[in-house]
Design a protein around this ligand. Structure first.
Ligand SMILES: Cc1cc2nc3c(=O)[nH]c(=O)nc-3n(C[C@H](O)[C@H](O)[C@H](O)COP(=O)(O)O)c2cc1C
Length: 202
């Protein structure tokens, strides 16, 4: 009898201490996630130091979990931490605009998202990867910004040569460059959201 009472008390204790209801867990996680989504901003000034690889890998992993059409995982991500390559990419990107200023704002890391054109949803897939990367960067305390012109860079002969050098074969289109690093500026305030952003049909 004593044994039965003890085990009943133990079971009750385990239930109450370890098991939040699914709703409680959901509310907690959602609030944190929503806060990250709302407070991420494009960062346009960076410290020189390359963040630890473990942090960059967390961001990359989040990128790989973005949804893709039919789950085909059409994008790939090239993580550039090598300074010479980063500088070369900056120079190619600037050249698309006919300039020489660093379009990467001094960020030490560039995560290039490319996607395989053979999949009809490649552009959407790659864009969602970019979104995941930028939000994940913010979640781990890093700054990021989408820098465009990856298409022009990797459609050029020099860009194609880089892909070949990196052992990347296939019909890949550059979707975006997610620059990454420790911010050297305060998080900017967001623009007010336009009044007619959301249309309700009730
Ligand atoms: C498709 C796309 C291309 C972008 N290209 C650039 C770019 O080349 N250079 C840049 O400084 N910002 C670029 N941005 C960042 C936007 O300017 C930025 O997201 C926008 O001003 C809103 O600011 P926020 O990201 O802080 O909310 C790009 C963003 C997107 C989505």
């Amino acid at each position: 009898m004593k044994y039965i009472i003890l085990s009943a008390v133990f079971s009750l204790f385990m239930l109450s201490s370890c098991c939040n209801t699914p709703k409680e867990n959901n509310d907690m996680n959602q609030n944190e996630t929503l806060e990250v989504l709302k407070t991420r901003r494009s960062i346009r000034a960076y410290q020189d130091s390359v963040p630890p690889m473990e942090l960059i890998e967390k961001v990359l992993e989040a990128g790989t979990y973005a949804p893709t059409g039919k789950g085909n995982q059409s994008p790939i991500i090239v993580a550039v931490t090598d300074k010479a390559t980063r500088d070369k990419l900056s120079q190619l990107n600037a050249a698309v605009l006919g300039g020489t200023n660093d379009p990467f704002y001094g960020a030490p890391v560039v995560l290039i998202v490319l996607a395989d054109r053979q999949y009809p949803t490649y552009l959407y897939d790659g864009s969602l990867v970019m979104g995941n990367l930028m939000n994940a960067a913010h979640a781990v305390g890093l700054g990021s910004c989408w820098i465009h012109r990856a298409k022009e860079v990797f459609d050029s002969e020099e860009g194609k040569a880089l892909l070949k050098e990196w052992g990347i074969e296939g019909d890949y289109e550059g979707i975006g460059n997610c620059i990454l690093g420790y911010p050297a500026q305060a998080n900017p305030a967001p623009k007010a959201r336009k009044a007619d952003y959301v249309h309700y049909v009730k």
